[in-house]
Design a protein around this ligand. Structure first.
Ligand code: NAD
Length: 366
């Protein structure tokens, strides 16, 4: 099977971090014999500069055809005053919407070398490796009715939490599939104690679980989940939750582990004809205009996003682990981009030196 990949570096530090991923893709082709069909295109501000739109229709069509899309970052001060409809972020939103990416995967993984960066005690986070699956296309951010209405002599703000059984089922299935590839433990979080949508969520999650007898399923109220995530996060493997709770819990979990420059993500949709899910991989960070063009960006988040693509789109779990371990090895050697520098004895490196060090660690892994 071919492995087609559309690369969208975007704006700001996007092209800088993506250049390091290109080196890594070349390495996997040369040294591991994995053939990729790579194409590259524009998204965000750079697409607006060329086409007057943050995502050209041709780029959108390409994204629908490939096995995986890898995006750098979009946005920047130059585009702040553009009309909302052509802002760089609209390009990203269009990709997510038209590819119908309903499952957002946010790992929270703490490499030992960075355990001191967490605001929590080292033994609470060292070795942490959990995955939050957030429903991304429904729930209270989309439900109708919504708006601000007049009622008597005051205004009322309204949003509606709404989930169909099939929406709950498909994201739970994605989470169970993930749990099967990981530690076979899934915790579903909602507020079934006070929300009917939570009652339905729990019922559907339990029903889907019957198809996955090997996965240990538990349920937790989302507020208790937030407490447990800060008290002892290592009790979790995969967590599945709705759009709103997932928004909060995935940010909370991500920050257990330190820097924005280390955080990858994936958004998955329905399986395509070849059985692979529609997929968009991207670092959690933005275009970081404050450091763009200075060789200061940490490429790890983008590199780790590519590792997720290896695992979830290209079915190369072992190679994904090899890449993650290479990043870990580089950190263990004390090499640090500027965002991770405030540790005694660390060796400062630029974006490209960090990428080269990962390649060296990959060579050492052979
Ligand atoms: P940001 O993530 O770009 O930057 C926040 C801070 O983290 C900055 O100080 C930055 O220097 C630092 N940082 C981020 N990534 C880093 C990396 N890889 N290495 C080292 N340091 C890093 O968020 P922001 O400043 O709020 O937004 C800047 C622009 O990015 C805005 O236009 C915003 O709309 C856009 N944005 C895009 C995305 C995306 O493309 N997915 C996400 C968030 C923000």
């Amino acid at each position: 099977m071919t492995n087609s990949l559309l690369i969208l570096p975007g704006d700001g530090i996007g092209p800088e971090v993506m250049a390091e991923v290109r080196k890594i893709i070349d390495w996997f082709e040369d040294k591991r014999g994995i053939a990729f069909e790579v194409s590259e295109d524009l998204v965000g501000g750079c697409a607006y500069d060329k086409h007057g739109t943050p995502l050209h229709d041709d780029t959108m069509a390409k994204a629908q055809e490939v096995d995986a899309v890898l995006l750098g970052a979009v946005g920047g001060p130059k585009y702040d005053n553009l009309d909302f409809s052509v802002k760089p972020e609209r390009g990203l939103l269009r990709l997510r919407k038209e590819m119908d990416l309903f499952a957002n995967l946010r790992p929270a993984q703490c490499f030992d070398a960075l355990a001191d960066f967490s605001s929590l005690k080292k033994d609470v986070v060292a070795g942490l490796d959990i995955m939050i699956v957030r429903e991304l296309t429904s729930g209270v951010y989309f439900g109708e009715p919504r708006g601000i209405i007049e009622e008597g002599n005051e205004r009322v703000g309204i949003n509606t939490q709404r989930y169909t059984e099939s929406e709950i089922e498909r994201v739970c299935r994605a989470a169970f599939d993930l749990a099967m590839k990981r530690g076979k433990k899934l915790c579903s979080m909602e507020k079934a104690n006070v929300m009917e949508s939570g009652v339905l969520w729990r019922e559907v999650a339990t029903r889907v679980g019957q198809d996955y007898p090997e996965v240990e399923l538990s349920h937790m109220y989302a507020d208790a989940g937030a407490m447990q995530l800060t008290r002892w996060p290592k009790q979790f493997d995969v967590i599945v939750t709705d759009n709103l709770f997932g928004d909060l819990l995935s940010d909370l979990a991500a920050m257990l582990t330190g820097s924005l420059g280390m955080l990858p993500s994936a958004s998955l949709g329905a399986p395509m004809a070849n059985g692979r899910p529609k997929a968009l991989y991207e670092p959690v960070h933005g275009s970081a205009p404050d450091i763009a063009g200075q060789g200061k960006a940490n490429p790890s988040a983008c590199i780790l996003s590519f590792a997720m693509a290896l695992r979830y789109s290209f079915d190369k779990g072992e190679e994904a682990t090899r890449l993650e371990k290479a990043v870990e090895a580089v950190l263990a050697k004390g090499l640090r981009t500027a965002d991770l520098l405030n540790v005694e004895g660390a060796t400062p490196v630029s974006t490209s030196e960090m990428g080269d060090a990962v390649i060296e660690a990959l060579n050492e892994s052979l």
